[in-house]
Design a binder for this molecule. Sequence first.
Ligand SMILES: Nc1ncnc2c1ncn2[C@@H]1O[C@H](COP(=O)(O)OP(=O)(O)OP(=O)(O)O)[C@@H](O)[C@H]1O
Length: 459
Amino acid sequence: MRDVYTLIKKQELLEEDSTVVVGVSGGPDSLALLHMLICLKEKMNLKIIAAHMDHMFRGEESKAEMEFVIDFCEKHNIASEAKQVDVSSYAMKNKKNKQVAARECRYLFYKEILDKHHSKTLALGHHGDDQVETILMRLVRGNTGEALAGIKVKRPFHNGIIIRPLLRTTKENILLYCKENNLNPRFDSSNEKSDYTRNRFRKTVLPFLKSENPQVHEKFQNFSETFLEDETYLQVLTQQQMNKVFKRQDLSAVEIDIKRFLNLPLPLQRRGIKLILNYLYVNIPSSLSSIHIESIQTLLSQEHPSGSLDYPGGLKVIKSYTTCLFTFEHTELEKYRIELEIPSSVTLPNGFIISCNVTREIPIHRGNDTFLMSYEAISTPLIIRPREQGDKMKLKGMNGRKKVKDIFIDEKIPLHSRHAWPIVEDGNGNILWVPGLKKSKFEEEGIHKGEFVILHVRV
Ligand SMILES: Nc1ncnc2c1ncn2[C@@H]1O[C@H](COP(=O)(O)OP(=O)(O)OP(=O)(O)O)[C@@H](O)[C@H]1O
């Protein structure tokens, strides 16, 4: 088991005089791991605690496994912690599949035991074959970045770390070790049935790879370790560069400068998109894959000045001229329909204030922030609403009607502002005014006498 000790030393997995909690199922992998650590105990002055959880999936059979682990520890003069948890009920209550539920319960249990024994190190029995399967499965599934490094030899967990000292060892070597040391591990028959995809890789791809190179697991482990080093370096670089690209960064939205973003090398652009998604979602949902990252990349690099994409959880990615906004904010803003009383004043969801008054005096200078109509000619009620697909309005001095969408484009209004921008329409459904931008031919012209309704927008 030289490869195990080499890995422990090279990656500094264990500290002398420390307490290590070992997750022990009673199967060959974790039993071999426990035994190896027991052999290191004296030399490194380790305190070892074996932690076993009975998932209660197989009644007496799994209870017997628990007793086997407790016995094994007693024989080797090691402390053990064992707990029975009804994982099937937990899974049903929380609507989770049994495997996910078992994992959740186990990790909660590990935390409990780590705290109880003031330990910062949890050792688990994942090995080289697990690593090859995991990396290949993730590649086939379309994972990107760090995930392609597979299972990590050392990663943060709770108040300390999880270590996996067997990752440079094959399953065959583990079985051999168990035999040579008379460990008599338990074999859990249900293990075989529970993870169908992994089992297909184990039964078909792995034997082929091993026949090509019996040391294939070492190659994969080398790949995993160097890949992770490279990836970590690129992530640090990405963070530094993206700080110059961000225009806004808060909990519900991130806005970037497109030109600066596109000036970054492609590997940093890809990681930059992931960084943004990770920041907004906290953890990228598993339903997002490399295709989703690529589509944002395409949106940003294509010539068209605006466009948008919808992502899980209501995240919208909105490209508009020089900036791109990633936001969860749009949803409530989009739908409103307000009847404008005469006179009155309303504050709209996007912050605009529209006031409506009756007057006898016509202001001489009237820009696009004011709209005027004869009180008698007006058809009520006046409605304020956001734009709808196909909206068109009749403009002054123009035959036919112009698309409201084109007005926004002409005025270079960012896409994310267009969703909530108000439109004022009369009782006949004619669009009178796009406040601040354009007036229709329905506005009063020339000098008249009488009463007028005057609308004014403040942004
Ligand atoms: N019931 C359990 N109680 C405590 N730790 C466990 C339990 N089941 C699994 N583990 C830990 O998680 C590791 C990975 O478990 P997994 O079920 O994926 O592998 P395995 O091939 O079944 O391992 P083993 O041969 O040790 O049973 C195990 O090696 C062990 O360290």
